[in-house]
Design a protein around this ligand. Structure first.
Ligand code: ADP
Length: 320
């Protein structure tokens, strides 16, 4: 079979969650167009509530789309759902450990679910690749958080899918384990596995991804090679602690500010478009009395805000 040019393809992918008695219907995806080239490590970034999990769940066959088309490894998820699913491994965000199994049993059960014949199972090589050989026969509940996470990656790979999706693979893990996981992901990629991952760490996207797509409010707002996108994102943040707590971010002329959950006001600006002086002047103009002030690299939410500023449909990350 000819290999597909794209590991994942979505066109006009839409999802409306039906309303309930207390909540109106929710348009989570509003026409996602995305092509993930075969062989890439592709980053899917976006503020909370942007629609990343919904997108992943549709590909994995866990959520039913309400519009558009999607293909995994060249296979349409409507026409051949089982074949599409067989090409995909998904590592979910939550640690869902099978407490009654050992890692070896857990991988065997998973391989059984995917119909992998005993003779073709890769249980021991997978355990070794993820540094779990020592713990192969320990109870899963006795594993550390990092080990459980690695076991989940191994579980997603039992049927040797050509496409692997990792949802926030290193959320809450320490630096050392993060690097180990990065190396493992890069190793898989060198062996030909296409990777798509979501992350909240700009550093992680920068270290791993060759291409990054940014999703906001159910639409792709940017999709570019990592280096190009990061250049566009080159921005600084001035973080202000106001004397009086603010109810909302004040208008700052051409600059944009975001009220962080801790009550501080983050103002993101591009050094080539505004100066620190301009920022201070705008804050004074808005009548905000400054108690304390710091400059820092913006976090991803600030950057999303800067990228989507001026878009009437842009999400307000403080709401949702
Ligand atoms: P992300 O993964 O980027 O944080 P999600 O895909 O989880 O975003 O959510 C996208 C939007 O859809 C959010 O507004 C969220 O509240 C809503 N949503 C997600 N799951 C459901 C559901 N089962 N029912 C109703 N709304 C949902």
């Amino acid at each position: 079979m000819r290999l597909p040019d794209y590991a994942i393809e979505a066109e006009g992918l839409a999802k409306v969650y039906p309303g309930t008695k207390t909540a109106p219907p929710k348009e989570a995806l509003r026409g996602i167009d995305l092509k993930v080239p075969r062989g890439s490590i592709f980053g899917l970034l976006g503020p909370n509530g942007a629609g990343k999990s919904t997108f992943i769940n549709i590909l994995a066959g866990l959520t039913i789309k309400t519009g558009g088309t999607a293909k995994v490894w060249g296979v349409d998820i409507d026409e051949h759902p089982r074949m599409a699913r067989a090409s995909l491994g998904v590592v979910p965000q939550e640690l869902a450990a099978d407490v009654f199994f050992t890692p070896r049993e857990s991988l065997d059960v998973q391989a059984g679910l995917y119909g992998v014949p005993k003779a073709l199972r890769q249980t021991d090589p997978l355990l070794a690749a993820l540094g779990l050989t020592d713990k192969a026969n320990a109870y899963v509940r006795a594993l550390s958080g990092g080990m459980k996470r690695r076991l989940m990656v191994a579980k997603a790979m039992v049927h040797q899918p050509p496409v692997l999706i990792l949802d926030e693979p290193t959320a809450g893990v320490d630096v050392e384990l993060r690097r180990q996981l990065w190396e493992f992901v890069q190793g898989l990629n060198r062996q030909g596995v296409t990777i798509m991952l979501t992350t909240h760490y700009l550093e992680e996207a920068e270290a791993l991804c060759d291409t990054i797509a940014i999703v906001n409010r159910g639409q792709v707002v940017a999709c570019e090679p990592t280096a190009t996108l990061l250049r566009r994102m080159d921005s600084r943040a001035v973080v202000i602690t106001p004397v009086q707590p603010l109810a909302s971010a004040p208008g700052l002329g051409p600059l944009e500010g975001r009220l962080r959950p801790d009550g501080r006001l983050a103002i993101t600006y591009k050094p080539d478009q505004a100066s620190f002086e301009d920022v201070l002047a705008a804050v004074r103009q808005a009548g905000v009395a400054i108690k304390d002030l710091a400059t820092e690299d913006p976090d991803l939410e600030d950057v999303f805000m800067a990228l989507t500023y001026g878009d009437p449909n842009a999400a307000d990350p403080t709401k949702d």
